[in-house]
Ligand binder design. Structure first.
Ligand SMILES: [Zn+2]
Length: 256
């Protein structure tokens, strides 16, 4: 899928990132931001600024929008996302989901909806997390399931959306998801040019396929581009090394 995980930590502070290590990872807790039109970057900046200034205890690990998943603190630290009123209805979470779960927030569009793209990006992210921590789709909970809070509201009013989400994550994990049907389109390019990475970390791929992640590169790294492709609707650069990287100007800049 054509989205990136951007690492962009907020500063350690008592209100949004206490800097404490979590005891275990037993679940993924799903949220929505309840802020129409705010991007993952906007949310990150809020938790690094206004939220602290307002002395409000709140946060999460990931914020997902149509373009990216933004990780605002290390996964193994405590975020304040799922222990309101000191509740924890799920027994296996040891009485406090903030100590035993990773919090994933979905951004919403101006109309208050979780878009299809955000939904799909979140599917990809959560599938990766489950694989990494050896968890299953039965370890995904709504904030609502943990404490009764109306979050993510669109998945509380319509539980089938949450079921659909878990089914999609299952498909990705089991590898039964249908391959992207859109073709790889190559653009004519006579000359090579160079790009520099703007994101703090960025995936590159060993095939012109958004699922063919190979490793990450760092901010400031420079590469030579030999071709520009459109892969499943999003642009990708082919590098001189034979690897591929996103052409999204949010993450890479072309050097003159
Ligand atoms: Zn929530």
């Amino acid at each position: 899928m054509s989205f990136n995980v951007v690492t962009d930590y907020v500063k350690v502070n008592r209100f949004t990132r206490p800097g404490m290590k979590r005891s275990a990872t037993k679940a993924i807790v799903m949220h929505y931001t309840a802020t129409p039109g705010a991007s993952a970057k906007n949310e990150r900046d809020y938790f690094n600024g206004t939220c602290i200034a307002d002395r409000r205890y709140a946060s999460a690990h990931y914020f997902v929008d149509d373009d990216e998943a933004r990780l605002i603190m290390p996964e193994d630290e405590v975020a304040y996302h799922a222990h309101d009123n000191n509740r924890c209805y799920i027994g296996k979470l040891n009485g406090n989901a903030n100590l035993t779960a990773i919090g994933v927030e979905m951004c919403i569009d101006k109309a208050g909806k979780i878009t299809d793209k955000t939904f799909e990006n979140t599917v990809q992210l959560v599938a990766q997390l489950l694989k990494r921590y050896g968890l299953s789709v039965n370890d995904i909970y709504r904030h609502y399931d943990i404490t009764g809070k109306n979050c993510p509201a669109p998945w509380v009013s319509d539980t089938s959306q949450f079921s659909k989400f878990k089914n999609r994550v299952s498909e990705i994990i089991s590898g039964s998801a249908k391959p992207a049907s859109k073709p790889v389109v190559k653009e004519a390019q006579k000359k090579t040019f160079r790009i520099r990475v703007k994101a703090s970390t960025l995936w590159y791929y060993n095939k012109p396929n958004w699922d063919a992640k190979k490793d990450t590169v760092k901010k400031g790294d420079v590469f030579t581009v030999v071709d520009t492709l459109t892969v499943a609707g999003s642009k990708m650069y082919k590098l001189k090394s034979g690897n591929y990287i996103t052409a999204n100007p949010k993450y890479v800049e072309v050097l003159k």
